[in-house]
Design a protein around this ligand. Structure first.
Ligand code: AMP
Length: 394
C-alpha cells in the first residue's frame, strides 16, 4: 500500500516522499482514512510506530481543503505531556506542511509568554501544547477555542500518570462540543478508557503492534528522610540498588558542590551542573552524561531547565521542588519510548506542604519505601489529597 491510496493530496505526498517515507505504517494505514472521514479515534500506539504522522497528515489534509482562520483562534489543539514531545510533534508538523500554507506553534511553560501571545494574535492553525501553559493562555484570553475543529490527546496515559487530568478536564470544558477527538496512548488503561468515554464520541478503535501492552512506565516512589541523612541515603541507594545512572535535582549551587564531594568521599564519581557554569561547560557535561561517561549528575533545577537531556532511566528529587510543575516536568524526563523510568523523591518534614501539593495534583499518594538503616526522627504525615496551596491559580 502506498500513501497515495489513503486520500492525501499531492503537496502532502511530496513532503513525506522527501522525508523518505515510502509506505504507511500500520497505525497510519488505519488512522488516516478514519480521521479523514471525520470520525473520532482512540488508538493504542507507542512512539516509534509513526503515530504522529497518523494524526498530523489527515489534519493537514482537512485544513488544506478549507482555509479560514481568525486572530486568536486555533483550529487544532494537540495536547502532550512534556515540552520535549510538544517540540518534537511541532517539528514534524513543520516538515509535513512545508508545501502548505498552514501555521503551527509549540506552546509550553518556562518560555517567553509574550512572544507566544504575539503569534496568537494573527491566529495559528495548529497548537501543540502542554496542558498548564495552554490553560494560562486561555485564562489570559490570549486564545479562544470557538473555532476549534480537532482535539488530539497525545500520549494520554503519560498525561494521566503525570497528574494532568484536572487541567485536561478544564481545557475540554472550554472547547466547542462539535469537534473531532483523537486520543493516542501507549496503553489503554482504565483511566484512559474513562477519559475517552467522557471525551470521545463513538470512536474507531485501533490497536497497533505487539508492544502496545508495555506502557512507558514511570515508577514514582519516595522515601522520607531526615535532612542530615540525605547524602548517606543517596549513596546507600546507589550502591545497594546498583543504580547505573541518575539525574539528581538539588536546590542550590552550593548544595550541588557539597553533594558531589560527599558522594566522592564514598567512592561514587559524580559531576555537578549549575547556572554558575558556562554554557560550553554545561553542554560538555551533558554530553558526557548522555554518553554514560558521567553516571551521576547533580543539577540545580534552573541549570537543567530547557535543556534536552533525552531519555533517562532515573531522576532523583534530592530536594523536593517548590513548584508542582517542576516535579511534573522532572518526572516527564524519564520513561520515554517504552523504557522504564523511575522518579525517586527524598522528603523531609519541611517538605510536607510541597508533598501535599504534588500528590494532590497527581490525584494519588506516591508509594513510600522505607530503608532499615535510615529510620526517621521527624515523621512526614500522609498527605491530604484535596490540599490547595494558597497561591494556586483558579
Ligand atoms: P512517531 O511514532 O510518530 O514518533 O514516529 C517515529 C519515527 O518514524 C519518526 O522519526 C518519523 O519520522 C518516522 N516515520 C513516521 N512514519 C513513517 C513512515 N511511513 N515511513 C518511515 N518513517 C516514518
Amino acid at each position: 500500500m502506498s500513501f497515495s491510496t489513503l486520500g492525501l493530496s499531492t503537496p502532502i505526498l511530496d513532503a513525506i516522499a522527501e522525508l523518505g517515507y515510502s509506505k504507511p505504517t500500520d497505525i497510519q494505514k488505519n488512522a488516516i482514512p478514519a480521521i479523514l472521514s471525520g470520525k473520532d479515534v482512540v488508538a493504542a500506539a507507542q512512539t516509534g510506530t509513526g503515530k504522529t504522522a497518523s494524526f498530523v497528515l489527515p489534519i493537514l489534509e482537512q485544513f488544506n481543503q478549507d482555509r479560514t482562520l481568525r486572530g486568536k483562534r486555533i483550529r487544532a489543539l494537540i495536547l502532550t505531556p512534556t515540552r520535549e514531545l510538544a517540540v518534537q510533534v511541532e517539528a514534524s508538523i513543520v516538515q509535513y506542511s512545508k508545501n502548505l500554507d498552514i501555521s503551527s506553534m509549540a506552546m509550553y511553560g518556562g518560555t517567553d509568554i509574550d512572544e507566544q501571545k504575539q503569534r496568537l494574535i494573527w491566529g495559528v492553525d495548529i497548537i501543540v501544547a502542554t496542558p498548564g501553559r495552554l490553560l494560562d493562555m486561555a485564562h489570559q484570553r490570549a486564545l479562544h477555542f470557538d473555532e476549534l475543529e480537532v482535539l488530539v490527546l497525545d500520549e494520554a496515559d503519560r498525561m494521566l500518570d503525570m497528574g494532568f487530568i484536572e487541567d485536561i478536564n478544564k481545557i475540554i470544558e472550554r472547547l466547542p462540543p462539535h469537534r473531532q477527538n483523537l486520543l493516542f496512548s501507549a496503553t489503554i488503561s482504565d483511566e484512559v478508557r474513562n477519559l475517552a468515554r467522557r471525551t470521545i464520541n463513538r470512536p474507531v478503535e485501533i490497536t497497533i503492534g505487539k508492544n502496545s501492552a508495555s506502557k512507558p512506565k514511570i515508577e514514582q516512589w519516595l522515601v522520607t528522610v531526615d535532612k542530615d541523612r540525605k547524602s548517606a541515603l543517596l549513596s546507600h541507594l546507589i550502591v545497594e540498588q546498583e543504580w547505573q545512572q541518575a539525574l539528581i535535582f538539588i536546590e542550590t549551587k552550593h548544595g550541588a558542590a557539597k553533594l558531589v564531594s560527599q558522594l566522592e568521599k564514598r567512592g561514587i564519581a559524580a559531576e555537578s551542573l549549575h547556572g554558575g557554569r558556562t554554557q560550553q561547560v554545561r553542554e560538555q557535561i551533558l554530553s558526557e552524561f548522555k554518553s554514560g561517561k558521567i553516571k551521576f549528575l547533580v543539577s540545580t533545577g534552573i541549570a537543567a531547565r530547557g535543556i534536552d537531556i533525552g531519555e533517562l532511566t532515573r531522576v532523583v528529587n534530592y530536594d523536593l521542588p517548590d513548584q508542582v510543575d517542576d516535579y511534573i516536568h522532572r518526572i516527564g524526563r524519564t520513561g520515554r519510548a517504552g523504557a522504564e523510568g523511575e522518579a525517586v523523591s527524598f522528603v523531609a518534614k519541611d517538605n510536607f506542604r510541597n508533598l501535599c501539593a504534588i500528590e494532590s495534583r497527581l490525584g494519588h499518594v506516591i508509594e513510600r519505601k522505607e530503608f532499615a538503616d535510615f529510620p526517621v526522627r521527624k515523621t512526614v504525615p500522609v498527605s491530604i489529597l484535596n490540599y490547595v496551596p494558597k497561591n494556586k491559580r483558579t
